[in-house]
Design a protein around this ligand. Structure first.
Ligand code: PLP
Length: 390
């Protein structure tokens, strides 16, 4: 099997599992316990926090470990917006982009439904970019928080985060970014990115599912969502997932160490793959930005086919990929991300996303590109969909 769906998840790396092992077995203590076993767990948690903070260019106390990216997004969007509204009831608007992951979008909609917020959605251009002009146009004195993702999970477009965050700060608005897809591929220095909050998730980079973290700049007001024993400085109660935190820190450290070299290598493979597909499949469309995109994502529409049928055909040939995000998989509705880029619902149904991990091999991508040419040809030959401009 050639696994080209790394944006949905990745296997746990051996080094990560080995780093976690002691905290799942012999060193199983609760970090809040006062005996030696608890102390060892607390030390491991502190070490993991220092490692993550080192990579994010922040203080350890600014890291909150969570159970993944969805929780980190919820905590940032709801927690910061609610705290600001509580301090000043006029602060009752939130800004998100039209291509956010549901973890951000649905958090904003929750604020709208239950807490009287208005949600301002910044449109993206046809490459999936939030332009500074479009972003500036939706910021208001009443905006409590802006949340714009670093890199998109379906089309891989990378946003100009530092520029957008600086614009928000000019109006005193805190800025959160969902960096779940960017982590492991793009620089994560929160000071250089000028963000007040940033979400990451372990399972996209070789740590287990259910591990993640939120960076929150010190002195940023944030209401906790999970109340209890006051762990994580009161920002996220619940006995900490020590092994998960150690796993996340190890995976991030490994990714960081090889980031520049891997990024260049994988981006070159991605470009060769994109060219092979665009040259070989008549009418194929690359979705997202041609340059400002994740090294690890190649996403297309194949008008005149059906994304789901192409997926099945590819899987039959041993290539595993996705028709969009894993969250939207199985849904008949066209992807809101693709329609936000101005792609018609009919063409959006023909989307296929290939996403790579850092171990992707050139030979595998050659096989995959040939399989794509064949699979799209077969599906079109079967007349799976009426032609949509191919
Ligand atoms: N944000 C983005 C951009 C994602 O791609 C994902 C996962 O697909 C998430 C958030 C959710 O992260 P998790 O699966 O860790 O909850």
């Amino acid at each position: 099997m050639i696994f080209l769906d790394a944006a949905s998840t990745t296997p746990v790396r051996r080094e990560v599992l080995e780093a976690m092992w002691p905290y799942l077995t012999g060193e199983f203590g609760n970090p809040s316990s006062h005996h030696t076993l608890g102390g060892a767990a607390a030390d491991a948690l502190a070490g993991a926090r220092r490692s993550v903070a080192g990579i994010l260019g922040c203080r350890p106390g600014e890291i909150v470990f969570t159970a993944g990216g969805t929780e980190a997004d919820n905590l940032a969007v709801k927690g910061i917006a609610l705290a600001r509204q509580a301090a000043d009831p006029r602060l009752s608007r939130v800004v998100i982009s039209a291509v956010e992951h549901p973890a951000v979008e649905e958090s904003a909609r929750y604020l709208e439904r239950f807490h009287g917020f208005a949600v301002d959605v910044v449109p993206v251009d046809d490459k999936g970019l939030v332009t500074p002009e479009a972003f500036r146009a939706v910021l208001r004195p009443e905006t409590a928080l802006a949340s714009i993702m670093y890199a998109n999970n379906e089309v891989g477009t990378v946003q100009p985060i530092a520029e957008l965050a600086t614009l928000a700060h000019g109006l005193g608005i805190p800025f959160h970014t969902d960096a779940v897809q960017a982590a492991g591929w793009l620089p994560l220095d929160t000071r250089a990115l000028a963000v007040d909050a940033m979400s990451i998730s372990g399972h996209k980079l070789g740590a287990p599912k259910g591990s993640g973290a939120l960076y929150v700049r010190s002195r940023t007001r944030m209401e906790p969502l999970i109340h209890g024993g006051g762990q994580e400085r009161g920002r996220r109660s619940g006995t900490e997932n020590v092994a998960g935190a150690v796993g996340l820190a190890t995976a991030l450290t490994l990714a960081q160490a090889r980031q520049v070299e891997e990024r260049r290598r994988v981006a070159a493979l991605r470009d060769t793959f994109i060219s092979a597909v665009l040259d070989g499949v008549p009418g194929a469309i690359l979705t997202g930005h041609p340059v400002e995109r994740l090294p690890s994502v190649a996403s297309f529409c194949f008008p005149g086919s059906s994304g789901e049928s192409v997926l099945l055909e590819l899987e039959r040939q041993g290539v595993v990929c996705s028709s969009g995000s894993a969250c939207a998989a199985g849904s008949d509705a066209p992807s809101p991300v693709l329609t936000a880029l101005g792609i018609s619902a009919e063409v959006a149904q023909t989307a296929v996303r290939f996403s790579f991990d850092s171990a992707v091999a050139e030979a595998d991508l050659e096989v995959a590109a040939a399989a794509v040419l064949d699979a799209v040809g077969r599906v079109r030959g079967l007349g799976a969909q009426p032609s949509a401009g191919a």
